[in-house]
Unconditional design. Structure first.
Length: 359
């Protein structure tokens, strides 16, 4: 029997080591695969139809119900509407917790279907590289963005205002002048060349570049000079636009402060971060029925007084700025005067950055 066992490996043409390995393998515990990715139970990919989705799940926030897996996400621009945005979900969400229907309206205001230009040729790219501060790759990406913003091969005033959201609800001279800054052809439409050139100045432009366009913005009648009336109108518009931007920032601070305040504790309302140091009325009204910004609003009489103070301050700033800029005291500011003024006070071109990069 012992001789038989020793000869088994030889009969099968195997070494004794290989046979021992064979018998040992049977006694080992089965290897379990480790699950490293989340499983989104009850979901399937609308493109490749894999189910369930494992790993990151991407859900279109503009469709009624459209999910894709991470593999299909890489080619989604070839299959799905480019104007739609996708929410990346790493940890599974209970199916019933997701509200039915689209989560958001489409945020890109343009109409890519209306475009007759679908690609840039080499000469166009080379020309833009020479005339702007962007490289070839950046220009190609900007073109993809432009296609989602434009309508009939351009961005008109309507699309431009949509890009500004609620800031464009009230007419403002600064908003109009920034549109004119982009629309160098003054035909009411920002084409792709103007789009790239404008962003080049706003995002990567030097002080010298911005000075040229800021002067044109101040020159409201395009006569080559800036008057005191021009300065006053621009200062006033910049003041009111800045006030709206600051109001938005305050709303964010307010919401953050209230979200961190624990209403379940026995602390008084005045202990909330935003209310700290404020006198809270004891007339029986619930202070949380009004937002902190609403509680700080003045009555009509006080509003009239404040408006008058604003106007006086704007007049004073315009007078002082004009006095500083008008070197030769001829009652108007030339471009040379303006250049010297910018060197003394760089804040004089800030209005050009009032809306950030816009797009």
């Amino acid at each position: 029997m012992d001789n038989y066992r020793l000869n088994v490996p030889l009969l099968f043409g195997l070494s004794s080591v290989a046979v021992l390995e064979f018998f040992r393998r049977d006694k080992r515990a089965p290897v379990k695969k480790t699950q490293k990715n989340f499983v989104h139970r009850g979901t399937s990919c609308n493109i490749c139809e894999v189910s369930p989705i494992i790993g990151a799940r991407y859900r279109c926030i503009n469709c009624i119900s459209f999910d894709i897996c991470s593999k299909c996400e890489e080619k989604i621009s070839e299959i799905h509407d480019n104007k739609h945005l996708f929410l990346k979900i790493k940890v599974p969400i209970p199916a019933q917790a997701i509200p039915p229907g689209p989560m958001s309206a489409v945020l890109y205001p343009g109409s890519s279907e209306a475009s007759t230009k679908t690609f840039l040729n080499d000469n166009e790219i080379i020309g833009l590289c020479k005339n702007t501060n962007f490289n070839e790759d950046e220009i190609k990406l900007l073109f993809e963005q432009f296609k989602l913003l434009q309508k009939n091969d351009g961005i008109d005033k309507e699309i431009y205002l949509k890009c500004l959201g609620h800031l464009a609800v009230q007419k403002n001279l600064i908003i109009d002048r920034i549109f004119d800054f982009f629309d160098q052809g003054q035909d009411g439409v920002i084409d792709f060349f103007e789009f790239v050139c404008g962003l080049s100045v706003l995002c990567k432009g030097s002080i010298k570049e911005k000075t040229k366009y800021a002067f044109r913005g101040y020159d409201l009648d395009n006569d080559g000079f800036v008057t005191k009336q021009d300065l006053h109108k621009m200062f006033k518009a910049f003041f009111y636009l800045s006030k709206e931007v600051i109001k938005d920032a305050l709303k964010v601070v307010e919401q953050e402060a209230l979200s961190k305040f624990d209403e379940r504790t026995s602390k008084p309302v005045s202990s909330a971060p935003f209310f700290s140091g404020m006198e809270i009325s004891s007339n029986g009204e619930d202070p949380f029925k009004k937002t902190p910004l609403e509680s700080m609003e003045v009555n009509n009489d006080m509003g009239t007084i404040m408006e008058s103070m604003y106007q006086d301050a704007i007049d004073h700033m315009a007078d002082k700025a004009f006095e500083l800029a008008d070197d030769d005291k001829d009652g108007k500011i030339s471009f040379e005067d303006f250049e010297r003024w910018v060197k003394k006070d760089p804040a004089s071109i800030q209005w050009l950055d009032a809306l950030g990069s816009v797009f």
